[in-house]
Design a binder for this molecule. Structure first.
Ligand code: MN
Length: 196
């Protein structure tokens, strides 16, 4: 177990933290996450690239502690939709989180669990995004270089992926005329050709 009271230097380009646990998510791990199932199947036929990785520092401790991690999302798309993280609620719903952009160009999709209010915030280097409690959050790389960022959250937050598995996020981030745009999922799905 690493001693979090020590100075820990991280690598913002590779999103690496010495001795941190690393989770890697490849395209094949993200079935049902991207909006366009035809584009997803086609992309998988081409290979199974790394989509994102997260290096986390989550020592066992008291519930007043903080945990943190660095995420790295590779540049890429499935059809029109940019590479993204699965996204989650915190298991302990009141837990907020601070995201700090390190490199690259990103967008965060945020969605309140009860009100269903969905909105997006840019995630840029040297900028802070405050994710309130009770809010699902997904990070999207809209640039052509890796997106890296630091996330800091209460130790007792936990991660709940299951709550989003059926309904997914209400919005998608897709390329249109060479630029990223945020659209309602239903609107985007309706724009796809039916017969392909
Ligand atoms: Mn979180």
């Amino acid at each position: 177990m690493m001693d979090v009271s020590q100075l820990i230097s991280f690598d913002r380009i590779n999103a690496a933290i010495p001795n941190a646990a690393v989770v890697e998510r490849r395209l094949s791990h993200l079935r049902g996450v991207f909006a366009d199932p035809h584009a997803y199947a086609g992309a998988l036929e081409q290979g199974d690239p790394l989509v994102y990785s997260v290096a986390s520092v989550e020592p066992a401790g008291g519930e007043g502690d903080l945990h943190y991690g660095i995420g790295k999302i590779m540049p890429g798309r499935v059809g029109q939709e940019y590479f993204l993280t699965r996204g989650h609620f915190h298991q302990w719903r009141p837990a907020a989180e601070i995201y700090i952009g390190l490199t690259g160009s990103g967008v965060m999709l945020l969605e309140h669990e009860q009100t269903r209010r969905a909105y997006s915030v840019d995630l840029l280097p040297d900028s802070v995004v405050y994710v309130p409690g009770h809010t699902a959050h997904r990070t999207v790389n809209v640039g052509d270089a890796p997106l890296t960022y630091l996330g800091i959250y209460p130790a007792r937050a936990g991660h709940d992926y299951g709550a989003l598995e059926e309904r997914n996020f209400a919005q998608v981030v897709v390329v249109q005329d060479g630029r990223p745009v945020v659209l309602d999922r239903e609107h985007f799905l309706a724009s796809l050709p039916i017969l392909r």
